[in-house]
Design a protein around this ligand. Sequence first.
Ligand code: FRU
Length: 325
Amino acid sequence: GKEKQKYVIGFSQCTSDPWREAVILEMQIEASNYKNVELVVYNALGNNSRQISQIRKLISQNVDALIISPNEAIPITDVAVEAYEKGIPTIIHDRKIKSDKYTVSIGANNYNIGLAIGEYINNILSPGSKILEIWGLEGSSPAIERHEGFIAALNKNNDYKINEVYGKWQYNLALEETKKISSYNDIDLIFAHNDIMAIAARDEIMRRDSLVARRIKFIGIDGVYGDNSGIEAVANGNFEASFQYPTGGALAIQVAIDILNGKLVKKNYILNTTIIDKTNAKTILAQSEQLNNYQVRINRQKEEELNLLSRFRFLRNSTFLILGL
Ligand code: FRU
């Protein structure tokens, strides 16, 4: 029979950290369900100009669809629009660009996440409390939107004192910023725009004064499953709360394949999020563990299937050889 056409999907990933690794893993697993789909991944490691040249490389390789997770909105906009205008189906994943010239966008509503965190804080802090906000990268849309939602929700009558520092989504930079603070005594709560920065702040404060670290409330975002992750931090009481920030990796691949198969897709996919706090952290942890176990088993089965297939092909080829065909 006629071979189905082969498709190459390019993914331009902006940086590397536990959440980003989860995105790639999900994409790879989803893509591996389709024998005619190849996924090509470039990682810009947090550098805008590297991401621009990697996207140009994917464009010149004539990928059939392009998924972009922009590092920062303004610098990546032109090259993303360039791909779109060349007729490549272009999916903007998680962080936004400054244009609506794209085929599909996939991501959660970060303003609403900020709002929910602000409202949560109104319920647990007394008036006049002091908050340290650790920002993600200032030019990336989730940082801006999380901040705006958070500020909008805080009860003005409570007159919270807010200090802002910039961790740019990174563990090491958040650690440096926390080190620079001379005293933690008047900090009541630390809200970091992602879990790894909240973990960094807590690690540093633990190192200096574990009693203070246990008094301060920490809130992060991502809720990635794994060792030293946000879910675990909430489950064991190190964090007050986190937010499960869906990776959208599998969906991005599905949508790319739908587009390539001529199916109708939406312009914007808004992913659902849930707060993780002490009421549900243990349940979410157990469920994530179970899902992870299923995935490990599925992968093992897939590998076995591949082994069987290649052994079968080898046998078939040797038969041809013996018969001299
Ligand atoms: C990972 C990350 C996540 C965050 C998301 C926002 O690179 O920083 O921690 O939720 O990107 O785009």
